[in-house]
Structures are given as structure tokens and as C-alpha cells.
Ligand binder design. Structure first.
Ligand code: FAD
Length: 306
């Protein structure tokens, strides 16, 4: 069996890799220590090779997109981070029977793809124009906003399963629920997705995109690093409102803060560490539970040791 160093060297000879790569440079929170190795595959074959080598040498691996829903430990990650963002990003569009069919790679940026669909006068993707993740991350999280979500537009996804097979999963096998999917549950990797859209009124589409962007600028602390909504919406409540009603607006731990603008966002206000953010999330969860008896579940995914 190859040891870790041999695996890293083999990967380095066969694809783009970065050693001791600071994860702060790959997350929108702008925190996180180094990953032992970051692999940036150009195609499915490279991805498959990276995973096979990791598996054979019992090296942990983790797939990320744009890191916009991710909190990585200050200690980093002892293993291989596989980044699919702006790589594996082919886009094919086909018009058929008055509908647009788009096949796109997991590494395509969601906002870029959504904008290009909207600009051509197709409706249904307006909701995603302000979500800063990749298509792969968006499918895995069933990302959504303002009444729209990925489940409404997906016809199917090509996945790399945890068993190493490439399979086509039609939409009804994706088990898309509120910020969850079968891909997440089964630790599969989204490779490509097919989406369908109907023709819309271009004026109306532009107006929707414009007003959603204005709404985000007005309500969300986009001027600070964050990972969007930190907690999931508990059934029957809004996380931001519970946090605000618990008196936690502006609450700080080190450089991390509950946003003054939107209590559902934890922001990196001033050189926060991942430990600051994590502790703040725990404090907020405990205080909200004590006051209202409601458990807040993080929407943000954690990577590394906390
Ligand atoms: C300012 C701001 C606003 C936001 N607004 C919204 C919003 O309105 N709605 C919303 O839903 N989210 C929102 N988010 C959160 C985030 O953008 C979404 O969850 C997005 O879908 C995450 O995509 P990503 O590529 O960044 O994934 P990452 O953060 O890199 O990863 C998130 C999870 O997905 C997994 N993953 C990523 N790519 C793949 C893949 N190809 N295959 C399998 N698993 C994968 C990772 O392992 C991880 O578990 C916001 C974030 C920010 C910073």
C-alpha cells in the first residue's frame, strides 16, 4: 500500500494539486487552516483516480464547491480536499419543444449559470442569481431562496457514488428536502445536472432578478465574509427572528458576530477564527434553546476538528 506522501506525489504528477493549502482562501467565511492536499480535477477520470488512491491508502477526502456553506477548523483538514469550482464546468444548452434543457458540470457557479439562463429569457432560475455557490453545492444542499429551490428545476443528476460507480439519478430519486438531498445522505458526488426551463417574459425576468438582488443588499450583510444563513429554519419559526428575540443581535465571540443587519447570519466581523465562529454558534444555539425551547440546527457544514 502507498503511504500518504507517495499518494500525494502521484496525484501531483497526474493533476493539479496544492500542498498545505489554507482553506481560508477557499471559503466565504475566510477562515480555516491548511488542508494537507487540495486536488482540482479537470474531469471525472481525474476525480475517480484521486478517490481511488485516497481510498486504497485510507486517506480521508472531502469534496467542496465554492466553500460558501462551509466552516473549516483552524487546524485545517488532515486529508485531501477535492475542489470542484470553476473546473468541471461545461455548459450545454438545447432548445426543444419550447423548453430549454441545460446540462452543466458541478463546478459551474450557480449565479453565473442562472444569470445566463435568465438573460436568454427563460424563467425558473431567477431565485439562484444571488447564491454564491456552485451547481454541485447547490444540488447537494438543495439551495433555495425567495420561494425557489433547486428541486423545482432539476430533471436529473449524474453522480459518483460512494461505491465508486457513475449513476444517473432522476429528480425523483434525489430525495430533495429542505437543504438536504440523497447526495448528502449517501456521500455521493454531484458531477453534472440537467435542468429544464420555460420561456418567460424577459422584462419580468429582469425585474425579478433586479429586485431580488436589491432585497439581498438591503437585508443581508454582504459587505462581510459569511456563509449565508448559519442555521436552518426550524419548523414553524425563523432562525433569525428567534436569535433577535433572544437579544443576540450583534452578539460577539472574538472576531465573530451575529450580524446587526440580519440575525440569521453569523459574520466574520474582524479577523475571526473558526473557533470564534463555532463558539458563537454554540452559544446562540444554547441561549435560543433556553429561552424558547427550539433547537437550531446548523445549515453550515463543518469540516475538520472542532
Ligand atoms: C452571502 C451568502 C448568501 C447565501 N444565500 C443563500 C441562499 O439564498 N440560499 C441558499 O440555499 N444558500 C445560500 N447561501 C449558502 C451557499 O451559497 C449554498 O448552500 C450553496 O449551495 C453552497 O454551494 P458551494 O459550492 O459553496 O458548496 P460548499 O460550501 O463548498 O459545500 C457545501 C456542502 O456541499 C457539498 N458539496 C459541494 N459540492 C459538491 C459536489 N459537487 N458533490 C457533492 N457534494 C458537494 C460539500 O461537501 C458540503 O457538504 C449563501 C451563502 C452566502 C455566503
Amino acid at each position: 500500500m502507498m503511504d500518504h506522501m507517495e499518494v500525494f506525489q502521484t496525484l501531483g504528477q497526474n493533476m493539479r494539486v496544492l500542498y498545505d493549502e489554507p482553506m481560508a482562501d477557499h471559503t466565504t467565511f475566510r477562515v480555516g487552516g491548511p488542508a494537507d492536499l487540495m486536488v482540482i480535477p479537470e474531469n471525472v477520470e481525474q476525480l475517480r483516480q484521486a478517490i481511488r488512491l485516497c481510498r486504497d491508502a485510507s486517506i480521508p477526502w472531502y469534496v467542496i464547491g465554492n466553500g460558501s456553506n462551509l466552516l473549516v477548523s483552524d487546524k485545517g483538514y488532515r486529508g485531501v480536499v477535492i475542489k470542484i469550482c470553476r473546473n468541471m464546468d461545461l455548459i450545454e444548452k438545447e432548445e426543444k419543444g419550447g423548453r430549454l434543457r441545460v446540462r452543466a458540470g458541478a463546478g459551474v457557479l450557480l449565479a453565473t449559470l442562472a444569470r445566463s439562463v435568465c438573460d436568454d429569457g427563460w424563467t425558473g432560475f431567477e431565485f439562484a442569481t444571488g447564491i454564491p455557490g456552485t451547481l454541485g453545492g447547490g444540488i447537494t444542499m438543495n439551495a433555495g431562496a425567495y420561494g425557489g429551490e433547486m428541486s423545482q428545476i432539476l430533471s436529473g443528476v449524474t453522480v459518483f457514488t460512494a461505491q465508486g460507480a457513475i449513476e444517473e439519478w432522476p429528480a425523483d430519486r434525489l430525495e430533495l428536502g429542505y437543504r438536504k438531498s440523497r447526495i448528502q445522505k449517501e456521500e455521493a458526488i454531484a458531477l453534472e445536472a440537467v435542468m429544464e426551463f420555460e420561456k418567460g417574459d424577459i422584462g419580468q425576468i429582469r425585474e425579478t432578478v433586479r429586485s431580488l438582488a436589491a432585497e439581498r443588499r438591503k437585508k443581508q450583510p454582504l459587505e462581510y465574509p459569511s456563509a449565508g444563513s448559519t442555521f436552518k429554519r426550524p419548523e414553524g419559526y425563523f432562525a433569525g427572528k428567534l436569535i433577535q428575540d433572544a437579544g443576540l443581535k450583534g452578539y460577539r465571540v472574538g472576531g465573530a458576530q451575529v450580524s446587526e443587519k440580519h440575525s440569521g447570519f453569523v459574520i466574520n466581523a474582524d479577523h475571526a477564527t473558526a473557533a470564534d465562529i463555532y463558539q458563537l454558534m454554540r452559544d446562540v444555539g444554547a441561549i435560543v434553546y433556553k429561552k424558547f425551547g427550539v433547537r437550531l440546527e446548523p445549515e453550515v457544514r463543518l469540516l475538520g476538528e472542532f
